[in-house]
Design a binder for this molecule. Sequence first.
Ligand SMILES: *[C@@H]1O[C@H](CO)[C@@H](O)[C@H](O)[C@H]1NC(C)=O
Ligand SMILES: *[C@@H]1O[C@H](CO)[C@@H](O)[C@H](O)[C@H]1NC(C)=O
Ligand SMILES: *[C@@H]1O[C@H](CO)[C@@H](O)[C@H](O)[C@H]1NC(C)=O
Ligand SMILES: *[C@@H]1O[C@H](CO)[C@@H](O)[C@H](O)[C@H]1NC(C)=O
Length: 532
Amino acid sequence: MIWKKLIFLLTTVFPEAFSFRSRKNSMLKSIVFSSQDDTVDKELLHKQLKAYWMCRGSTTTIPTRFNMCPQTFDGWGCWEATPGGTVANIPCSSITNTHNTNNATWWCTPKHQWAKKAGKYLGDYSACSMKIVTDKHADTLARILHQMAYLEESPYASTAVKHIFETCVNDVLMRSQPKELYCHGVFDGWGCWNITKAGEVAFQPCPSFVPGFSPDRLAYKFCQKDGSWFQHPVTNKTWSNYTTCVDREDLKFRQRINNLYIGGYSVSVVALILSLIIFFYFKSLRCTRVTIHKNLFISFVVNNIMWIIWYIEVVQRPQVVLENGPACQVLHVIVRYFLVCNYLWMFCEGLYLHTLLVVAFVAEKKIMTWFYVLGWGTPMILIIVYTAVRSYQSRDTNFCWIEDSHYEWILSGPVCISMLLNFVFLINIVRVLVTKLRAVNSTDSHQIRKAVRATLILIPLLGLHYFVTPFRPEPRSPGEAVYEPISAIVTSFQGLSVAILFCFFNGEVMNILRRFVRQHLNVYHFDTPVQL
Ligand SMILES: *[C@@H]1O[C@H](CO)[C@@H](O)[C@H](O)[C@H]1NC(C)=O
Ligand SMILES: *[C@@H]1O[C@H](CO)[C@@H](O)[C@H](O)[C@H]1NC(C)=O
Ligand SMILES: *[C@@H]1O[C@H](CO)[C@@H](O)[C@H](O)[C@H]1NC(C)=O
Ligand SMILES: *[C@@H]1O[C@H](CO)[C@@H](O)[C@H](O)[C@H]1NC(C)=O
């Protein structure tokens, strides 16, 4: 499928991708205001966990310097980086369970460490008249926050993870944890692991929201004999084994398809650049039709180069896809833009031929202006709408936008319409040629006939994807082994086909090249001293 470039998987599952680095200023927490009771305030706990991630996610207005207390979350409030020897203030109203106009305060010592009070690492909330929480609540919060210090990404960042996390808090983390010979319940960023007996292995279906993972497989986590979770030998951090989630055979297959795309696009780029050199070098080739060719070829060259970058720099690098940086998102948009340009310039080819034959008079200058607007301007409008609509949906902007969105039709709709119109134009041209111009045997109509033939061959070739898309086999089905390579070849060699049909096999171009070669060979002969 042309829009859905395969989602390619994690090349290998590196441990670094799954153990979450601990933050430099890991936020230590302990809570006062406790009473002797054995309940956990569930609602408050969720609010506090959210506040923790808000705090971690907030960009501090004051950058941390060495002589400052670092930005921190003490279980209740988010404290900004504060210079040593001063008192920090936060409004009580920003704290989860109070409505009060006073401030909470925290003394940042001249040694730039937050002041401890009775051994607890906590701000002074005495002015805030806060609700009392139980020891159990405080312990539970401290335990969960301690685990979360190792997570790289907020569990609230995606709906799928948020749901798993909240369920995990309610069903596993909030419950009392057994003391000995059990590994405690833990949320590792993707999955929730229940308490597990020492020496046993816990299993978990692989998360379906991670690209390249098969949800029908199981990830596992090993609880060691001493009642602690297995730690990865490289990072020495608690580690769940998700490598089993990747289907390696499937991965190899996809990498081969990937290489097919890269190879095909590279060949196409070379052919297209050669054609462009020919078109620009030979002045005798200058005419409106060749100008349209040039634009078509340029859009193809840029698009194919972008695809190559996409396949090498994004698809083969799981880290890039997971990090989802702005560069890879921009690349997606550029690829899409030039893709739409390809199809619209193809449309201009058909439209021009149609105008030439069916409409009597053609103002070449004027028509080119319209073609520029159509070929470069229209895709710009479409892409702006597409980008705006898609970036508004947070679930559509994950993983470098590698997956199809619900708004694909904004681009594919106009493209399909332009292809259909093109087809209608060409059928009409053929009809005119057959009825009117059969008798006329000028070289002019001969040329046009050839151009029409080339365009007629190209349109189904470029449109093939849209016709076979509904028949795309399910991932990992036997049909995929046939479909994907063919799809890769047809897509990536489109540029080559365009170059061959519009340039290399074009009568005029062939004549000019023949003359050029003959001329230069002759010159060579005359210059060579004849030895007898
Ligand atoms: C709370 O702190 C702010 C500075 O952060 C200060 O301007 C304000 O007067 C304080 N409010 C009270 C009630 O102390
Ligand atoms: C976790 O394990 C405990 C004890 O084995 C069990 O009672 C509980 O139902 C489990 N929770 C979940 C969510 O599976
Ligand atoms: C992990 O622990 C081992 C042994 O305890 C130690 O030799 C190694 O340096 C540690 N690695 C890291 C990255 O801390
Ligand atoms: C993770 O699981 C795979 C498959 O069972 C295994 O080959 C690999 O050694 C495991 N990784 C670690 C670090 O234990």
